[in-house]
Design a binder for this molecule. Structure first.
Ligand SMILES: Cc1cc2nc3c(=O)[nH]c(=O)nc-3n(C[C@H](O)[C@H](O)[C@H](O)COP(=O)(O)OP(=O)(O)OC[C@H]3O[C@@H](n4cnc5c(N)ncnc54)[C@H](O)[C@@H]3O)c2cc1C
Length: 339
């Protein structure tokens, strides 16, 4: 374990902007983390990075970046129905999903090919194709860097919501997730309720479902829709889908004489696809310098090559403003902005 000075973060986050960190270090266990947390007596800014697939640096980072490499996947308990698997926070999420798929443990196949680390998966309750991490989450262990103690969080304590958890609110920046335990199904319950997944399975004339088939199908859909961050820098969906009231939904439709697509959340609230709102404002395929709005999916902001983080951030502000002006709906950023 070694602290490096003037460290280029370009290969450690998926927007791949040329961002420097004053210091950076890798850690593989709690002891190393504990030691690093007191670097310069803990008096400089610290951030934790997993795969860097949900962050945007708007400038160089004047502090220490701690990169999580805690390894290990282990079965800790089995019942007739379930298997409980603990994974180190530094295990790539795709490695964890592939392990479950290969062993026929059900529950995370719809979450195939989401980049990033297992430790960051509860941060924003990652979700895709009708499944969220909260559906398979059992508990996690986290370390409080300032006060030097360990805490176990149950699902209830994580306060999961749509791309939300207690780690983005009350405990923001305070705990480092060390490992996560998931409860997977031994007798798989397939979830193909998501329209695009159901359609793709139909196209393949699949006669019977399997965890493997769902995983491969999800991978194929994702590869056809989303830019590969190794070729075009991005962090997936840049914005959350807004959840709005019925009144606001009707106002937005009336103002623009258009039907606004929506999905009911409950009797009063509706989720509106942010990508559609952005597209309606003419941003899809927009490019200024090397910062842009991806041509196949307006929800994804991209760095074509040499965009600066601040240029991508400014583009996101312009998008938020124009969606508000046209529809009266505020978009919220899903990506963590590091100023
Ligand atoms: C092409 C692409 C597609 C994507 N698709 C999806 C999708 O379908 N669904 C979805 O939900 N997300 C998606 N994402 C977003 C991203 O992959 C997830 O949010 C992922 O969980 C981020 O993991 P990470 O390790 O890269 O986190 P990072 O970007 O490294 O960190 C994200 C935040 O979590 C904090 N953090 C990271 N690790 C820890 C830890 N161990 N303890 C405490 N805090 C920590 C960081 O400080 C930061 O604030 C996509 C991203 C890309 C690039």
């Amino acid at each position: 374990m070694q602290v490096q000075e003037n460290f280029s973060l370009k290969e450690y986050h998926t927007f791949h902007t040329s961002t420097m960190a004053r210091y950076a270090a890798f850690f593989s266990n709690q002891e190393e983390l504990k030691e690093l947390a007191t670097f310069q007596n803990g008096n400089i800014n610290q951030i934790i990075l997993g795969g860097g697939s949900n962050v945007l640096f708007t400038k160089d980072f004047d502090g220490i970046v701690l990169i999580n490499k805690i390894p290990g996947i282990e079965i800790i308990k089995e019942t007739e129905e379930y298997v409980f698997i603990n994974a180190g926070a530094g295990v790539p999420w795709v490695t964890f999903v592939d392990y479950c798929v290969q062993n026929n443990f059900g529950g995370v196949e719809n979450l195939s090919l989401i980049p990033g680390s297992t430790g960051a998966s509860p941060m924003q309750n990652i979700g895709a194709y009708g499944v969220e991490i909260k559906d398979v989450f059992f508990e996690l262990e986290a370390y409080h860097t300032k006060d030097n103690y360990l805490k176990t969080f149950s699902a209830a304590a994580c306060e999961f919501g749509y791309r939300e958890s207690v780690f983005k609110k009350k405990w923001k920046g305070q705990f480092v997730i060390l490992n996560v335990t998931f409860r997977l199904n031994k007798k798989p319950l397939y979830n193909i309720s998501y329209h695009a997944l159901e359609q793709e399975l139909e196209k393949q004339h699949a006669t019977s479902l399997s965890i493997h088939l769902i995983s491969e199908t999800v991978k194929r859909i994702r590869q056809s829709k989303l830019p590969d961050p190794e070729r075009i820098g991005n962090a997936g969906s840049f914005f959350k889908n807004p959840v709005i009231s019925k009144e606001l939904l009707l106002e937005a439709a009336e103002k623009n004489k258009i039907e606004v697509p929506h999905f009911p959340i409950d009797e009063c609230l509706y989720k509106v696809p942010a990508g559609w709102l952005i597209e309606q404002c003419g941003w899809k395929g927009y490019r200024k310098g090397d910062a842009g709005c991806y041509q196949k999916q307006a929800l994804v902001l991209v760095n074509y090559e040499n965009a600066k983080g601040i240029e991508i951030f400014n583009l996101s502000t312009d998008i938020i403003d124009s969606v508000y002006k046209k529809f009266g709906i505020w978009l919220e950023r899903e990506v963590n902005i590091l100023h």
